[in-house]
Design a protein around this ligand. Structure first.
Ligand code: AMP
Ligand code: ZN
Length: 113
């Protein structure tokens, strides 16, 4: 399958991995939009949030819990952090393997662009 993030999970493309287990992988964004910008992905290929099913509910929860763990590790738990998942091109999704962005380390304004 020609999927960039599947290639990262397979170790075929290098990434700055900060966390991994049997279900998830987290690595630094190549083009960071904040001092700490980490992507958390499932090893399982799911193209968009629209493609996640009931069987993926726990996995989606694990993405969120891992984001909060990594935000705490980055020292951002108290000052605040943002988690974002873009769904489809109109929302800015460019890699079609779901990923949760965790951003922190600077003031984050609302609404996002
Ligand atoms: P999105 O626009 O929500 O689909 O996010 C895709 C993210 O993947 C962007 O923030 C990119 O900077 C990031 N990205 C693309 N290629 C890589 C890569 N090889 N390693 C790490 N991050 C990447
Ligand atoms: Zn994939």
């Amino acid at each position: 399958m020609d999927c960039l993030f599947c290639k990262i999970t397979a170790g075929e493309i290098p990434a700055d991995i900060v966390y991994q287990d049997d279900e998830l992988l987290a690595f630094r964004d190549l083009s960071p939009q904040a001092p700490s910008h980490i992507l958390i992905i499932p090893r399982k290929h799911i193209a968009t949030l629209n493609d996640a099913g009931d069987e993926d509910t726990a996995l989606l929860g694990r993405l969120m819990r891992t984001a909060s763990m990594l935000a705490a590790e980055a020292g951002c738990a108290e000052e605040g952090y943002r988690v974002v998942m873009n769904c489809n091109a109109g929302a800015g999704q460019t890699v079609f393997h779901i990923h949760l962005h965790m951003l922190c380390g600077r003031p984050l304004h609302w609404p996002p662009g």
